[in-house]
Design a binder for this molecule. Sequence first.
Ligand code: SAM
Length: 558
Amino acid sequence: MRPIAAACLRQFHARLLPRSPINTILRLRFSSDLAPSDMSGIKRRNEANGSGEKRWKKKRTGKSDKKVGTGRFEGSPEDILLDDIKSLLRISQPEESVAESATIEESAPETFTEVEVTISTLTSTGDGLGTSDDGKRIYVVPFTVPGDKVTARAIKNFPGYTTTDLVEVKQPSQDRKDDLVFCKYFGRCSGCQFQMLSYDYQLGHKRRVIEKAMKNYSNLDPSLIPTVGEVMSSPLSQGYRTKLTPHFDGPRKGGFKPSDPIPEIGFQARGRRFVLDIEDCPIGTQVVRDGMKSQRDFVKHNLHTFKRGATLLLRESTRRTPLENDGSSNGNSEPQAYTDSKVCVTDSKTSITEYIDNFKFTFPAGSFFQNNNSILSKFTAFVSEQLDIPSEDGQEHPQDSYMIDAYCGSGPFSICCGHKFKAILGVDIASQSIESARRNAADNGIHNARFITGNAEAIFADVDFPPDRTSIVIDPPRKGCDELFLQQLLKLGPKRIVYISCNVHTMSRDIGWFIDSSAGSYVIEKVGGFDFFPQVSLHPDVITALSAIYEYLYTNAK
Ligand SMILES: C[S@@+](CC[C@H](N)C(=O)[O-])C[C@H]1O[C@@H](n2cnc3c(N)ncnc32)[C@H](O)[C@@H]1O
């Protein structure tokens, strides 16, 4: 079950730098009642990972566990937060003393007592961090900004750090803009924790998260990492989400009874395991917000029909009606060619429609499609440009070039970028998405595309495109690419690779492995971000797009 804001971001330690004991020790996971910003799946994660204290004391094995291979780094929010804590601890006290002696008790406050904290850092997960007076303990304080002086309530102690609730901002940072907060659930809901930051500040922070991720998790020499570009803003910073999934809990057995009270219907409460009742969510598009109200009413009036708790689906669908050419204008010089009307779909099997520019996409409401339509036009245009293969003598994209669309979903890249390629091959593990991709390609006049269902690496058995005239776009889920896929990609050696990710941490891991393994055959040309999730930290908050250019792999072999 996902709360309102899914997320993404992460880290690593340069292989060329010495790894301190604390690096390894800190690869523990949260085992608290609290968790970082994305609370989804926390129960399962806690059960799987055991106690944080044991993990803290885990000894390093001497092997990097952040490379492709066994025990590879998964880029979870817990790992990322812990690495940020580790960095701050390292600044405030000698590494050895932290690594060897950290215990829960050391300088730990009593649970539920209040502490005064000055926030010095904003983590990649979106939490503020401050150090205790003796420098031996870090306080993790949600909804804070570097420079804030706050009172926080200790919730749970771990070796070296304490998770807290924010009680009061005693002296605000100059970067805190509380008048920007637009949602009445701010501070209690687990989503949209950046509302008190200007949008420019949010974009700057997300850029720093990408920089940190590439530096810490790619294992690459810094000279191989280009300057991280600006994070491109979303045209809409509120009212952009075309999909919301509020949920409610229910009895484990026997279903709801007529006498049962109406449960809380909403999103995970910040730092708690219960659902916060949410009547309205202003980051949803208007039709999705309206749908939320009517679905809440539906649950209230039909509670007895639910056997247990449920996740509600609210998904925007667009009906586009061509206009008669009556000379009316949309305000630009171009006459308006259509009108769009929106409806909210709540059945996951119902087919819905979205447009990116004039490209039309239909897919089942429950399947994957990007949730912020407002940014898709400039994002797909950017990806299209990165896929271009410069010809020998200039900038022109050769006519006889080919495209691979790995993790293609219902085909947005094949369709928005595919017109300039001679042939396209797409792959996705979800057969439903592949059916949609085939239909969408046909509907949009892309007749040279073939889509196959399977693991991404299945593409390599099927592809016969000449590598030096092939571009590939890779858009994996948050866990990144499988090792086998990366190995075969390296073997194929396509001319251009555009890696897109909603988890910059696993992306950095994969790209680091790839660049390193290519032994100079590939270089990273560009790294930057697109802010798909304004107001939100981590999951999925920034989509990163990176392009690597093929230099000479296989040149001599052919
Ligand atoms: C982030 S989505 C991207 C989808 C598409 N590119 C888009 O922008 O709509 C990741 C996609 O990877 C697919 N996927 C997950 N694991 C996969 C695997 N092992 N092999 C191939 N596809 C996979 C999912 O079904 C999903 O469609």
